[in-house]
Design a protein around this ligand. Structure first.
Ligand SMILES: Nc1ncnc2c1ncn2[C@@H]1O[C@H](COP(=O)(O)OP(=O)(O)O)[C@@H](O)[C@H]1O
Ligand SMILES: N[C@@H](CCOP(=O)(O)O)C(=O)O
Length: 295
């Protein structure tokens, strides 16, 4: 048996829709695999009651098929589904790493990005790779049609997860079809600033580059309390705040000294809006980790 822990991720970071992603230190999914004549899946843990065990409907089923690697697969969810924290991607990334070794397929982590993205197509209709790439590779990732670029960034973050669900499929439905040239120019500038910030581990530059006037405003309408939570995080010292992935999670970037205060300000602001939430105080971290002995 092989065991892989794959981290939650936060995609987009505002200015990098479908392009940017980062790996979070916590939470994470743990996936265990054993060879079997055909693929079976069991799911336990956070939100498991909402996750299908049918291989045709679960992200890991698509990964097993793509690698021609039938297995008994057990998923222990640490990342709640429909969270904006790459829940479906964490399972897919973990399964890709585990099955690649189990069947000695010889794929590199970079090769596995497109394999794991097939799982995303099962749930959101599109094989977007901006969650699976950081879950596999760790750090900050930039996904384009030409491939993936990875930076071992280390920046403190708070990921606040409200007790509401937004499916990625639905949130992709509110993405505008077009943008003005002014909006594009502003977004390119922000994305470039953010990327330089990641290469320097500079939370101020990263935060300054997170603004996005194209996709994010449409998605914040799906998250009760978003504006109040954003304001509270900024007042507590966050250098940038935006929707995590497709939401409802909210990501705040910060200096380490402010992390605890930001986490409690965000939870309090959601509470005042009548929404329960929990905040993960973490940092950009490593990608999927393989444990050979099943421990
Ligand atoms: N292994 C899996 N882990 C989590 N969700 C899964 C998995 N396989 C299928 N799903 C489905 O994917 C959807 C959640 O994915 P998504 O909407 O992209 O949320 P998230 O932002 O948390 O990844 C849910 O409908 C869930 O049932
Ligand atoms: N780029 C995608 C990212 C979705 O992330 P998730 O964590 O919400 O699945 C999008 O914005 O649709």
């Amino acid at each position: 048996m092989l065991t892989v822990r794959a981290p939650a991720t936060s995609a987009n970071l505002g200015s990098g829709f479908d392009v940017f992603g980062l790996a979070l230190g916590t939470p994470a999914d743990v996936v265990r695999v054993e060879r079997a004549p055909e693929t079976t899946i069991t799911v336990t843990g956070a939100g498991s009651e909402y996750i299908p065990e049918d291989p045709a409907k679960n992200t890991v089923g698509a990964v097993a098929e793509a690698l021609d690697a039938p297995a008994r697969i057990r998923i222990d969810k640490g990342v709640r589904p429909s969270s904006g924290l790459g829940s479906s991607a964490a399972s897919a990334a973990a399964a890709a790493v585990a099955l690649n070794v189990l069947y000695d397929r010889g794929r590199t982590r970079e090769d596995l990005v497109s394999v794991a993205a097939k799982g995303e197509a099962v749930v959101s209709g599109e094989a977007h790779a901006d969650n699976v790439a950081p879950s596999l590779l760790g750090g900050f990732t930039v996904v384009t049609e030409d491939g993936v670029t990875q930076v071992d960034a280390s920046v403190p973050v708070v990921a606040c997860l409200p007790e509401i669900s937004v499916s990625t499929r639905d949130a992709r439905g509110v993405v505008p079809d077009s943008a003005t040239m002014d909006e594009v120019v502003t977004t390119v500038g922000n994305a470039a600033t953010l990327t330089v910030g990641m290469t320097r581990d500079d939370p101020d530059l990263v935060g300054r580059g997170m603004n996005d006037d194209i996709v994010t405003p449409e998605r914040t309408k799906l998250i009760s309390g978003y504006e109040a939570v954003r304001e509270a995080a900024l007042e507590a010292g966050a250098t940038g705040v935006t929707v995590s992935g497709a939401g409802p999670g909210i990501l705040a970037v910060c200096h380490r000294r402010d992390r605890r205060a930001i986490a409690s300000a965000m939870v309090d602001a959601f509470d005042a809006a009548g929404v329960e939430s929990r905040a993960y105080q973490t940092a950009i971290s490593e990608g999927a980790t393989l444990y050979r002995d099943g421990s």
